[in-house]
Write a protein that binds this ligand. Sequence first.
Ligand code: UD1
Ligand code: CA
Length: 452
Amino acid sequence: MNIKTIILAAGKGTRMKSNKAKVLHQIAGKSMLQLVVESVDDLAGDVIVVYGHDGEQVQQALQGLDITWAEQNEQLGTGHAVQQAMPQVKQDDTVLILYGDVPLIKPDTLKKMISGLDSKTLSLLTVKLSDPSGYGRIVRSNDNICKIVEQKDATKEEQLINEVNTGMMAVNGGLLAGWLSSLKNDNTQNEYYLTDVIEMAVNDGVQVKAFHPEDEYEVQGVNSKSQLNQLERHYQTELAERLMDDGATLADKSRLDVRGNLQLKGLDTFIDINNVFEGDVSLGENVIIGPNCVIKNAVIGSNTVIKANSVLEDCMVGNDCNVGPFARLRPGTKLANGAMVGNFVEVKKSMVGEGSKISHLSYIGDAEIGKGVNIGAGTITCNYDGVNKFKTVIEDGAFIGSGTQLVAPVTVGKNATLGAGTTLSKDAPGDTLTVTRAKQLTLKSWKKPTKE
Ligand code: UD1
Ligand code: CA
């Protein structure tokens, strides 16, 4: 079975009060449209997105995804929208219709709708709501679905029906093409309603089978910032529950935000309050993440502690490391096992060897630091001359005195010691003390100034 998923995303989204296209607003760090595209990843078919308003913006944002496009110049209704994608659909394809602003639809629900579908059936996703107003109503006779009426076209009795159309359906492509071509817009809104195909299906002897989502969030659309936030919070709560199921201990499941994929490699990881994880992050066993950290695209080894207020991006942290509080690990940082990066230390594109320590107030950039190195407080690698970047090498066992500037390119040899306050511009040989320091003077004749 060849599946063509058509995602409707041509609407304007005026109520979002935003310059950004509606379907590009994000949930958990991904655009709604991307989430919908990902919901059919497992179905292994083609995805066609119907675009209109803010088309260029939408296409640009989704450049990397494997989808094709169909333009709807004028928004003449959901039926008209689907029609724009039909030139890309073959007679024996199965068509699945989804919405770019209904982002939390679950793959399992879609799989159920697709399995068992043949050219004699249509799968329709419906849901019972305590307040059905605004939605198309499912009209049944003797339990069988016979049509959908839109709120604005519904009689008083029909308006009492609480089973509503979510809009999502699956059906044979040939059948759908036929029905769409005979749609009329003789209704209150003068639109070509996709929903009218249901009655046509029934008239053609095609059985309309209703499917239901696991929860209401799956079929909730987003029309405002408030609805966007409701879905964001729901999604985050689900993610937090999954993390706890996998063995993480959370200080507060409502004060954790995952914008991407957070993977747990082992048990007993503890995540304190107000943490944000972005992109792909993996945490080893027994990891402790203190409060208020932002961790993006990072691999963190087992038994490592990341203390409060640390910011990590595109980096790798080994086992048994100690980072923070207030540490900043920038892209390209690698900490070997047992390394320590303390408070107010910034590390960029550097390798820090096993057991080495940078405990306080330092900047380490473009450096290669060996094993067992101790870097004193206030050490700066001067890696940039305003045009080019240069490398600093600090070999195993070196001791860098406090307040040292390492003017790269420069190498500190194995087991070398640099005296405090050194400005190192030439290589320091191993196993010796190197120090650059002006002679200390005490002026005995000096007198404290007095007030005139
Ligand atoms: C539609 C259904 C209704 C259902 C409801 C669920 C129809 C006629 N009605 O109503 O039965 O209960 O969704 O939310 O289908 N779109 C386009 N091009 C168009 C019109 C719409 O791409 O010309 C897109 C919109 O961007 C949106 C989706 O289709 O993502 C639904 O359109 P909308 O106008 O919100 O339909 P409703 O009136 O809510
Ligand atoms: Ca709608």
